[in-house]
Design a protein around this ligand. Structure first.
Ligand code: DWN
Ligand code: SAH
Ligand code: ZN
Length: 410
């Protein structure tokens, strides 16, 4: 634990105490091209806890334009499970908040339009706000209306002026990416109708601790929410947390529903989750230091296993060139000698090198040519989908290596 309190909370200005240092790290989605001569950008990846409001957050913010730009490679529709998740989400909104023909929804960070495409198909008014122009273009090609911009107060005011106010704002895996949430909530206040709600979902710190999934920590993920810290945050910005629901996607997330104070009935789930967090001591500093110790043990175990397999002459490939894997490869020190390549279905990642560690990224077709002895599953959150798709790997004697919740051969 770093005894010096040198950072201020982005939510409440309280003192942030660092509890985990993940070292020098690159931009997690900045895949390199062999022969790139420009120096790679690195920053210090460390995470801390606010002693006042308990919000877990990075101690350093990478400038947003370095991460989210026309070349941002991640595609939300790259997993069948996620496509189903967003189809269910769209269907439930169409039955509730968007029942009326004239209703209007905004999505913050709509990416390739996987969710809004279904809203558009149903003929509902919608607008995505997405700063990464490449993925926004894919959404537009699917008839989704997108504003290429970072959502913040000024964007929201522009939307009100041109489109009017919304019944619903939705955001998946994006709110935790935005350090300047004061501006975002002022924007939501401007853009939502008085009875409008804001629904957002992000990785849950409770799952990160329970599974030692420290690879959820990387440049794009600035905040690591708990029900307690979210409730306090939205209250500070004039809203009320009215519902919480668990989601099984991306290794364990929570979906938060937020309304203007007094507009909606608060469900019993809010108090239940708060009580469970209190019992588990989730918001306590001691939980954070225990988590940091588990991360160190996980790193030693993975490094040891990869070194033993290498010494024994086994071949090891990676599966899924995730943003998360940037943290693992650079923190554990995974070189191309230990993991010779990574398979990934994303066109913009293939033929390039992973950030920092420089592992070559190949298309999944290359996986069987020939199969490696072991495959390190970086996309562990899509384990079921990938293991089903690649079931022949095991039939050929291949073995999966996972490191969440612990280092194991499966
Ligand atoms: O929060 C974020 C989440 C939603 O997405 C962003 N900051 C960035 C990104 O994080 P990630 O890269 O860790 O996400 P995923 O969904 O774990 O990435 C899976 C990767 O694996 C993708 O590059 C696609 C690839 N993949 C594959 O090659 N074959 C995925 C599946 C399901 C497959 O069958
Ligand atoms: N919602 C999608 C995408 C998540 S990836 C999903 O759940 O799969 C995070 C997305 O947030 C990226 O597409 C990124 O460009 C976008 N983003 C980052 N900062 C943003 C901001 N201030 N406003 C809107 N989108 C933002
Ligand atoms: Zn704080």
């Amino acid at each position: 634990m770093n005894p010096s309190e040198s950072f201020r909370c982005r939510i409440c200005r309280g003192p942030v105490w660092q509890f985990l240092d993940l070292g020098r790290q690159p931009i997690s989605d900045a895949f390199r091209t062999a022969g790139d001569t420009d120096p790679e950008f690195f920053f210090d990846l460390a995470v801390g806890r606010c002693a006042a409001c308990t919000m877990i957050q990075l101690t350093n913010a990478v400038p947003r334009e370095r991460m989210f730009h026309a070349g941002y490679p991640y595609l939300s529709s790259g997993s069948a499970v996620m496509r189903e998740h967003f189809a269910r989400t769209a269907a439930s909104f169409l039955e509730t908040e968007l029942r009326d023909d004239g209703s209007f929804v905004i999505e913050i960070g709509c990416n390739d339009g996987v969710m809004l495409g279904m809203i558009a198909e149903a003929g509902r008014r919608h607008l995505g706000v997405e700063p990464s122009a490449g993925v926004a273009r894919i959404a537009e090609d699917a008839e989704v209306r997108v504003r290429v911009a970072f959502f913040e107060e000024s964007t929201a005011r522009d939307i009100v002026a041109t489109e009017g106010r919304a019944d619903l704002a939705y955001s998946a895996n994006t709110i935790c990416h935005i350090p300047y949430l004061d501006s975002v909530f002022r924007g939501l206040d401007a853009v939502l109708k008085p009875s409008g709600i804001f629904v957002f979902e992000d990785p849950y710190f409770g799952d990160i601790v329970a599974k030692t999934s420290y690879d959820q920590i990387y440049d794009e993920h600035f905040y690591y929410f708990t029900v307690r810290s979210v409730r306090e945050m939205v209250r500070r910005f004039g809203f009320e947390l009215v519902d919480v629901a668990p989601l099984a996607v991306h290794g364990g997330e929570l979906r938060y529903t937020v309304a203007r104070a007094g507009q909606r009935t608060v469900t019993p789930a809010v108090a239940e989750w708060l009580a469970a967090e209190e019992r588990a001591g989730l918001a306590e500093a001691i939980t954070c230091s225990r988590f940091a110790a588990n991360v160190g043990a996980n790193r030693r175990a993975l490094r040891g296993l990869l070194e033993r397999l290498h010494e024994a002459g086994h071949s090891v490939a990676g599966y899924g060139a995730t943003a998360k894997s940037a943290t693992v490869t650079n923190f554990v020190g995974i070189t191309p000698e230990l993991v010779s390549y990574v398979c990934d279905s994303t066109p913009a990642k293939q033929g390039r090198l992973t950030p920092g560690a420089h592992l070559p990224v190949l298309s999944p077709e290359r996986f069987r040519e020939p199969y490696p002895d072991y495959a390190l599953l970086f996309a562990w959150n899509h384990a079921e989908e990938i293991m089903a798709k690649e079931h022949e790997f095991r039939d050929h004697g291949g073995r999966w290596i996972t490191y969440v919740p612990d280092v194991a051969i499966r």
